[in-house]
Design a protein around this ligand. Structure first.
Ligand SMILES: [Zn+2]
Length: 279
């Protein structure tokens, strides 16, 4: 994504955020109602549809929507209409924005060995929405900076301003605590939805290995928004060890096999010479 120059005033609160994020009382403050969050999500989604190449593909869209909604049913937040999109990008990445809009890159989809690996990323992203991490981040910024408050306090100017916040200073650059929360509850969500949670550990390990050995450009984006550390892999393994195993947990479904074969054939990885990721 092209990062446009931002209004300097926004950078000051950003510098102060890490200190605030450490305080759990402040970290959990959210000034926004669900309807404000949805309104913001819709505006951001429009922007994302302009800046990214969203693939309308009935087969993949149906696959994502069915899995996504199954995960939402097993999550702790069902007061939103979630939407799932496939993004034509080779970067190994996925992201979710406020209001329940979730995006999965082609590169990540193609790279997943099993369904439960892909599901683990989706479950993680859904839990950023469940915990309203972006809205809490915005609220923290309001506390630190009255200028931000005046700007985003006005519902009419909110969309434009926040698009700036989203693109320029990374509304999606979550704190380490946010990532831990999305990992833990993402893992529990996929487990409750009937998926083998080991997929999360395998996904983390694949991402870590890919970063070390793969083409840097394709892997860095996910690491900038969700750095994979040994601690995250360890935490996931420890949580799995505490969960009673359930008979018949899903690793791959027949639909997955059909969809991934279709996707790999229809959208083969670009050849080296004509590679031009849209950023
Ligand atoms: Zn995350």
């Amino acid at each position: 994504m092209q990062l446009k120059a931002s209004i300097t005033i926004f950078f000051l609160p950003l510098l102060l955020l890490p200190a605030l994020s450490g305080c759990s009382a402040v970290r959990n403050i959210n000034f926004y109602s669900t309807s404000q969050e949805i309104q913001l999500g819709q505006s951001l989604d429009k922007e994302i549809h302009k800046q990214f190449q969203i693939l309308p593909d009935a087969r993949v869209d149906t696959f994502l929507a069915l899995r996504g909604h199954k995960l939402v049913e097993a999550s702790d937040r069902k007061d939103l209409a979630y939407h799932f999109f496939l993004v034509k990008s080779e970067e190994i990445n996925a992201f979710a924005i406020p209001g329940g809009f979730c995006y999965v890159n082609l590169g990540l989809f193609r790279q997943s060995d099993t369904e439960n690996e892909l599901i683990s990323v989706l479950a993680h992203e859904i839990n950023h929405v469940v915990h309203r991490h972006s809205m809490k981040r915005l609220s923290q910024m309001q506390i630190v900076d009255a200028g931000t408050q005046a700007l985003i306090g006005n519902a009419n100017s909110m969309a434009g301003t926040v698009t700036n916040l989203f693109t320029s200073i990374g509304l999606l650059n979550f704190s380490r605590e946010d990532e831990r929360e999305a990992d833990r509850d993402g893992l529990l969500t996929m487990y409750r939805a009937g998926y083998d949670p080991q997929g999360m550990v395998e996904m983390f390990e694949m991402l870590k290995k890919g970063r070390e050995t793969g083409e840097p450009g394709r892997w860095e984006k996910l690491f900038s928004t969700h750095p994979i550390t040994d601690e995250r892999i360890r935490n996931a393994s420890q949580l799995i060890a505490q969960l009673p195993p359930i008979e018949g947990m899903i690793v791959d479904s027949p639909e997955w096999k059909g969809t991934i074969e279709y996707l790999r054939e229809k959208y083969p990885p670009p050849k080296k010479e004509d590679k031009e990721d849209k950023k």
